[in-house]
Design a binder for this molecule. Structure first.
Ligand code: HEC
Length: 119
């Protein structure tokens, strides 16, 4: 057997154990555009597609509450992401992840503050 084959097998085992490990705690959320996503831990974030990746990427350093307290346009959130990378040491996000985070924040934590939270 060659190396590639073994690598694929290992990836399969890891993926399977991940699913089993989180079974029970996960929910599927769907937004008004019909997009669905599995979420398992999003703290106090509004449950919707994009919440999980935003939670995972943004709570490495601080609580989601300082995010949920803000009401920003997409441009405003974009500036905050740039600021996190340039001044706060956040790793540059992959373009696809960055779009998901911006879509989520601009939809649910925009200037109308539909899910504003006070701590
Ligand atoms: C590498 C660490 C790190 C990561 C990852 C990170 N931040 Fe931050 N962020 C900070 C630090 C440090 C502060 C300022 C200190 C504090 O308030 O805790 C901060 C503050 C903030 C603030 C508060 C600004 C204010 O006006 O008080 C917001 C909003 C914010 N981050 C958004 C985000 C978002 C959205 C993400 C995910 C895309 C993110 N952060 C990921 C380090 C990080």
């Amino acid at each position: 057997m060659n190396k590639t084959y073994n690598g694929l097998c290992l990836a399969g085992v890891l993926a399977a154990s991940f699913v089993i490990g989180t079974a029970g705690a996960q929910t599927t959320v769907t937004d008004d555009q019909g997009r669905s996503e599995v979420i398992y831990e999003i703290g106090t974030f509004h449950p919707a597609p994009g919440a999980q990746i935003t939670y995972d990427l943004c709570t490495i350093c601080h609580s989601e509450l300082i995010i949920a307290q803000q009401g920003q346009t997409r441009e405003g959130w974009d500036d905050i992401l740039v600021w996190m990378v340039e001044e706060m040491g956040m790793a540059e996000l992959l373009e696809e992840e960055r779009e998901q985070v911006l879509d989520y924040l601009a939809t649910y934590y925009n200037p109308d503050r539909p899910y504003y939270q006070q701590d």
